[in-house]
Design a protein around this ligand. Structure first.
Ligand SMILES: NC(=O)c1ccc[n+]([C@@H]2O[C@H](COP(=O)([O-])OP(=O)(O)OC[C@H]3O[C@@H](n4cnc5c(N)ncnc54)[C@H](O)[C@@H]3O)[C@@H](O)[C@H]2O)c1
Length: 253
């Protein structure tokens, strides 16, 4: 089979699938033959993204979920299994990283800190626990997590949450390897999604770009390429790893 339809017939679930990376992952997997379930906390945004993929000729549906809530994560998996028989690819992409969460712990406050950890850390563990039984023994089963370049300096609680994602990736790879499920992660640098473009102050953008070794803006396709590789049989001997896609910026931290 050519790479153009390498996910034919597979069932893929993408959390935070309504926008940004999640939506881009959905488009790319559907274009290669997968049915994609976009699981977003904002139902209308998920539905809209699924309709966009269908309009482009792909197969997609939406399911509302808060990844930090185990009952909702279990409902997402149960609904997907009932409709499609199982899950081949699960992408833990939902994460809080907006300007509202990118502050020192002293100004962030405990309530926001707890929510940040609940979504970025517990959400990744909860969804992995929920999805694993539906993926066990399926050929090419792959889970992908999203860390960040912020994990390398840990200058903020966000960075700490994303370092935890790297640890979860190793833990899950060990726990789920015997079930034939590979688990890997991507640590993106600064990537110009809509949210980043709208929220990040120009001074921060310039500062981060100044640390890159490749002098251009990081874009969604840069992350999509790595996702396609890590979720395909082309990476069948790789598990427990986090790959940096940052234009070299992570080397400077
Ligand atoms: N854009 C970047 O430069 C960058 C860099 C490093 C890491 N990341 C990580 O990549 C992931 C996606 O980033 P993005 O830029 O596409 O984000 P985004 O904010 O544009 O989109 C995130 C989506 O997740 C959904 N979401 C938020 N909380 C949720 C929850 N509890 N349950 C389910 N869905 C939820 C939102 O509704 C939104 O649709 C995040 O984990 C982020 O931390 C992004």
């Amino acid at each position: 089979m050519g790479m153009d339809r390498e996910h034919e017939g597979r069932i893929a679930v993408v959390t935070g699938g309504g926008r940004g990376f999640g939506k881009a992952f959905g488009h790319a997997l559907a274009a290669r033959g997968a049915h994609v379930v976009l699981a977003d906390i904002e139902p209308a945004v998920g539905e809209e993204a699924a309709a966009e993929i269908r309009a482009a000729g792909g197969s997609a549906s939406a399911f509302p979920v808060d990844v930090a809530d185990e009952l909702q994560a279990e409902a997402l998996v149960a609904d997907t299994v009932a409709k499609h028989g199982g899950i081949d690819i699960f992408i833990n992409n939902a994460g809080l990283h907006s300007a509202a969460f990118n502050h020192p712990t002293s100004t962030l406050g405990v309530a926001k800190l707890r929510r940040l950890m609940d979504v970025n850390v517990m959400g990744t563990i909860i969804c992995t626990m929920a999805a694993a039984p539906a993926m066990k023994g399926r050929k090419g089963a792959a889970i992908m997590n999203i860390s960040s370049m912020a994990a390398y300096g840990c200058g903020t609680a966000y960075g700490v949450s994303k370092l935890a994602v790297q640890g979860i990736t190793m833990m899950s790879a060990r726990e789920l390897g015997p079930d034939g499920i590979r688990v890997n992660a991507i640590a993106p640098g600064l990537i110009f999604t809509e949210t980043i473009r709208a929220e990040l102050p120009p001074a921060v953008v310039e500062m981060v770009k100044g640390t890159q070794l490749i002098n251009r803006e990081g874009e969604e396709p840069d992350i999509v390429e790595m996702m396609l590789f890590l979720c395909s049989d082309r990476s069948s001997f790789i598990t427990g790893e986090t790959y940096r896609v940052s234009g070299g910026a992570t080397l400077q931290i």
